[in-house]
Design a protein around this ligand. Structure first.
Ligand code: COS
Length: 379
């Protein structure tokens, strides 16, 4: 693995930094306060190529690999974990599921719209009663001629309300049959398909989260992704890749918190000197810097495997688990270094901490990552 950033990564980092400075930073406190999902900003990121990062150009994507994708998310995470989460979910989950598993016809139908930002994508696996234990999902699809009739609900779905299209995992077989779950692409406006926004989240408040409701939703069989019954395994593979994106975003949040704390510690004076000169603060900064670097290396290691089309179940879980925990540590330590100021919205530490907390929960909790890692090493 090459430890130097390639030219595309350098270009993307600069582009995202410039974009975030101009379009995100001035608004992020308002979006956070109002729980406003900035869909117009998403559309602009579509124009910049950030919504189809690793999708080939033939489908309107940017045709980059996972190094470039991770780099973009690291830069977004440094500024706003909420906006970063939306970009990660759109790329890795909805768009990725169609790209990696759908028929050529479905790819042609949806990928150009998703990569350009004309369509915002959602992805539904989790249900109100089945989170970590995804296999026990209760939402069902029953065949009726050329159609499938879907009933049930999905929960914690990013872009559930604003998404133009959702990839949804639904039971088509027996409970606990790993070949009894199927993925469907469902368009907004399909009769019986509705959504309710989830309010009052702790963090990532600029990213929209909703519950999806399916009441006798009729979906044509041509909207099935891949083979009937293969949805669970497809979803597991999508999550393996998706965990790179949450790891990258976590690295960004962690670095953002670290850099803000470093700046503060060099400016803030107590007892006649900058507080960075005190070993108690210097050691905190040293720990944060070391952990951020390690998290980035794990993330790029997983990205490297993905670029080489090799299995990354274990390394994706390593990266997601470690980087998300580091993001929480860095958010927390940044707040401690900033003291009373860090406890207010005037300084960025509290938002980094709130956004970081989602990273250890979404796309598989830290406990699920440890389950996946332990199963891999004990195989
Ligand atoms: N890639 C491909 N296939 C996989 C896989 C992977 N990473 N992980 C599991 N599978 C396959 C298994 O090989 C197994 O296939 P067979 O039945 O043919 O042997 C099948 O999927 C079922 O796997 P397993 O027996 O491990 O299922 P479990 O129910 O025990 O648990 C976990 C699977 C816990 C790993 C899964 O439910 C999970 O990831 N849960 C967390 C879900 C999550 O992250 N949700 C957040 C979504 S927010 S976007």
């Amino acid at each position: 693995m090459n430890f130097e950033k390639n030219e595309n990564q350098k270009m993307i980092a600069q582009m995202v930094r410039d974009f975030a400075e101009k379009e995100i930073k001035p608004n992020l406190n308002k979006w956070d306060a109002d729980e406003y999902f900035p869909i117009e900003t998403m559309k602009k990121m579509g124009e910049l190529g950030l919504l189809g990062m690793y999708i080939p150009e033939q489908y309107g994507g940017s045709g980059f690999g996972y190094f470039e994708y991770a780099t973009a998310l690291m830069e977004l995470g440094k500024v706003c974990g909420g906006v970063g989460l939306s970009v990660a979910a759109h790329n890795s989950l909805c768009t990725g599921h169609i790209y990696y598993h759908a028929s050529e016809e479905l790819k042609q139908k949806y990928l150009p719209k998703l990569t350009s930002g004309e369509f915002i994508g959602a992805w539904g696996l989790t249900e109100p009663n089945t989170g970590s234990d995804a296999m026990r999902m209760k939402t069902t699809a029953v065949k009726d001629g050329e159609y499938w009739v879907i009933n049930g609900a999905k929960n914690w779905i990013t872009h559930g309300l604003s998404g133009d299209v959702a990839v949804v995992l639904v039971r088509t077989g027996e409970l606990l049959d790993s070949n009894g779950i199927t993925a469907f692409v469902i368009e907004k406006g399909t009769p019986g398909f509705s959504a309710v926004k989830i309010k009052d989240k702790f963090g990532v408040r600029a990213s929209e989260t909703a519950e999806l409701i399916f009441d006798q939703v009729r979906v044509h069989e041509s909207q099935v992704i891949g083979q009937v019954g293969q949805g669970f395994k497809q979803a597991m593979q999508i999550l393996d890749g998706g965990r790179i994106s949450i790891a990258a975003l976590s690295c960004g949040v962690a670095r953002g918190a670290y850099e803000a704390a470093l700046k503060y510690a060099q400016e803030r004076e107590q007892f006649g000197q900058p507080i960075s000169k005190f070993q108690a603060i210097g050691f905190k900064l040293a720990d944060m810097a070391t952990q951020v670097e390690a998290a980035e290396l794990l993330t790029f290691q997983a990205a490297d495997l993905k670029n080489k089309k090799q299995g990354l179940t274990k390394q994706g879980a390593f990266a997601k688990y470690y980087a998300s925990e580091v993001a929480v540590i860095c958010g927390n330590e940044a707040m401690q270094i900033m003291g009373g100021y860090g406890y207010t919205k005037e300084y960025p530490a509290e938002k980094f901490l709130r956004d970081a907390r989602l990273m250890t929960i979404g796309e598989g909790t830290s406990e699920i990552q440890k389950l996946v890692i332990s199963r891999e090493i004990l195989k």
